[in-house]
Design a binder for this molecule. Structure first.
Ligand SMILES: Nc1ncnc2c1ncn2[C@@H]1O[C@H](COP(=O)(O)OP(=O)(O)OP(=O)(O)O)[C@@H](O)[C@H]1O
Ligand SMILES: [Mg+2]
Length: 251
């Protein structure tokens, strides 16, 4: 589904990622952890073709196509969906309008409006957000946590096959974090998408249950393991986990 090979990414002539490799197969959940400023959000933005990030080497294959030749719309049409660390506010476009237009773009032309509205209301109830949000502008004047929940609502409507969650937990209170994490896991159980989850939160990982865990440090993934690596990171910290990597490599 996604294969990133030997990627070098620069921002303003500074190398952020150097020889970055990652492969995600259909239906796999991968967690990406790492210290602040390591480049986790950078990779999510590269995948959505943010033009501030220059790729000077390497390649990215998405669904057997060259992702670096696509623009953001073309990536979205491959059913890639990003919940970014800081979701943007779009005034003048309501959530319902954007979702209906996107579904039309997916070829879903004969949508029953009443049924569609009923579905949106049921999602609001599940996510514990006001149903008035459906007709409010996208993320406009919403609290940090409300924005994250609205993005989860978008996910359920747009039915992506590849989901990138960049600190979806930030801004969520303890109860909301559990609602959102369970909602992601429920979506996974139903549609089996591939997921790349970037987080500093153990609760989210415990509920979403990644198959693979990667630690990004020194501009590349320097440790990969199963869910037990999460425990190690929380008990020992990133620098110790990386030190362990280096001594193991030397054995
Ligand atoms: N558009 C940009 N312009 C300038 N510098 C940038 C830009 N985007 C990222 N950087 C720099 O690249 C590095 C990696 O940033 P990134 O946001 O990817 O980190 P992160 O791993 O997501 O950190 P955090 O855990 O704090 O979210 C940082 O040093 C950051 O300042
Ligand atoms: Mg980040």
């Amino acid at each position: 589904m996604l294969k990133i090979s030997n990627l070098i990414v620069k921002v303003l002539d500074k190398i952020i990622l150097d020889d970055f490799n990652l492969e995600i197969k259909p239906g796999e959940i991968h967690a990406l952890m790492g210290p602040n400023g390591a480049g986790k959000s950078t990779i999510s933005k590269v995948l959505l073709r943010d033009s501030s990030y220059q790729i000077t080497k390497g390649n990215i294959i998405l669904n057997e196509k060259d992702l670096l030749k696509m623009n953001t719309t073309e990536v979205a049409r491959e059913k890639v969906f990003l919940i970014s660390q800081n979701p943007i506010e779009i005034s003048g476009v309501s959530n319902a309008e954007m979702l209906r237009t996107s579904l039309n773009d997916q070829g879903n032309k004969d949508m029953n409006v009443l049924e569609f509205n009923r579905y949106l209301i049921s999602l609001c109830e599940k996510l514990n957000i006001s149903k008035d949000f459906i007709h409010r502008d996208i993320n406009y004047n919403m609290s940090g946590g409300e924005k994250k929940k609205m993005e989860i609502l978008h996910m359920w409507v747009l039915k992506p096959k590849f989901i990138i969650l960049d600190e979806v937990d930030s801004g969520l209170d303890v109860d909301s974090l559990k609602i959102v994490a369970n909602s992601i896991r429920e979506y996974y159980e139903e549609y089996k998408p591939s997921i790349l989850v970037i987080t500093h939160q153990k609760t989210l990982l415990d509920i979403v249950k990644p198959d693979f865990v990667h630690v990004l440090n020194n501009k590349k993934i320097d440790k990969t393991g199963d869910a037990t690596l999460i425990e190690k990171v929380f008990n020992e910290g990133f620098s110790r986990v990386s030190t362990i990597t280096r001594s193991e490599d030397n054995e």
